[in-house]
Design a protein around this ligand. Structure first.
Ligand code: BTN
Length: 248
């Protein structure tokens, strides 16, 4: 069972005063967030469930969660041009540092925004924007054993528990991610956000395979630009790309 008390006790955010919406079971917290936005939900809000049954991933993929074991939530905020630059990088860094507060695991980032350990995915971010609202969906594999990981993604996914055999309180992890997010959201120094993202990137200055526009390109990943696009060196020439899949 999800405990408000544990979450409230550890939530230190001062500027962002979230309304917490907990639902036992829901198809997708992102989808539900948009329904609540239509009903004039309080903003900022968190929508969290212990059982997401039809999670949405990037590029129309599915996102699989395990009941009571995965951290599955969405943050609803108003658009704010001043702070939402590099939003996805800020969210990704907050997740890495929130996890670090709860474990000794150093997670890494794969462009554009996969949370990785040992080249396997443990978490993902789906940011959706409509009119003046933003929904930031976050899914993290936390207390799953190998048997809990969906067979479709088994060979490319893992969980924090599979790595270190320890269980984590989901409320504590959520609180720490939100605490970090408050710090990074208001950070206006884009260079320092990019530097931090690149520090956590697991393929910086490495040769990668890049899939985009039905083509596969081989190149060296050089970093991210101040709009979050990737910079890739292909045959000595620098290209910037805004979407695609990187294979390590
Ligand atoms: C990805 O494909 O890497 C993004 C995964 C995002 C999953 C989260 S889980 C909470 C929120 N609700 C959804 O339906 N998706 C996001």
């Amino acid at each position: 069972m999800f405990s408000y008390e544990i979450l409230k006790k550890h939530l230190k955010s001062k500027k962002i005063n979230y309304k917490i919406n907990y639902i036992d079971s829901i198809e997708s917290t992102n989808q539900y967030a948009w329904k609540l936005i239509q009903k004039n939900i309080e903003i900022p809000s968190i929508i969290i469930t212990k059982n997401q049954t039809d999670g949405k991933g990037q590029r129309d993929n599915k996102w699989f969660s395990s009941i009571n074991k995965s951290l599955t939530f969405s943050i609803v905020i108003n658009q704010n041009k001043k702070y939402e630059k590099l939003l996805s990088l800020k969210v990704a860094i907050s997740i890495i540092e929130g996890i670090k507060k709860n474990t000794d695991i150093d997670c890494k980032l794969k462009w554009p925004n996969d949370i990785m350990i040992n080249n396997k995915k443990i978490g993902g971010i789906l940011i959706e924007k409509k009119r003046d609202k933003i929904v930031i969906g976050i899914g993290i594999n936390v207390n799953e054993s190998l048997k809990d990981i969906n067979p479709i993604v088994k060979n490319k996914s893992t969980s924090l528990k599979i790595i270190n055999n320890l269980s984590i309180k989901l409320e504590m992890l959520l609180a720490d991610i939100l605490n970090e997010f408050e710090l990074y959201y208001y950070q206006l120094n884009n260079k320092s956000i990019i530097k931090k993202w690149e520090k956590y990137c697991c393929h910086i200055n490495e040769n990668i395979k890049f899939y985009g526009n039905d083509k596969t390109l081989n190149g060296k990943f050089l970093g991210v630009k101040d709009n979050g696009n990737a910079i890739i060196n292909i045959n000595g020439k620098k290209y910037t790309v805004n979407s695609g899949i990187i294979n390590l």
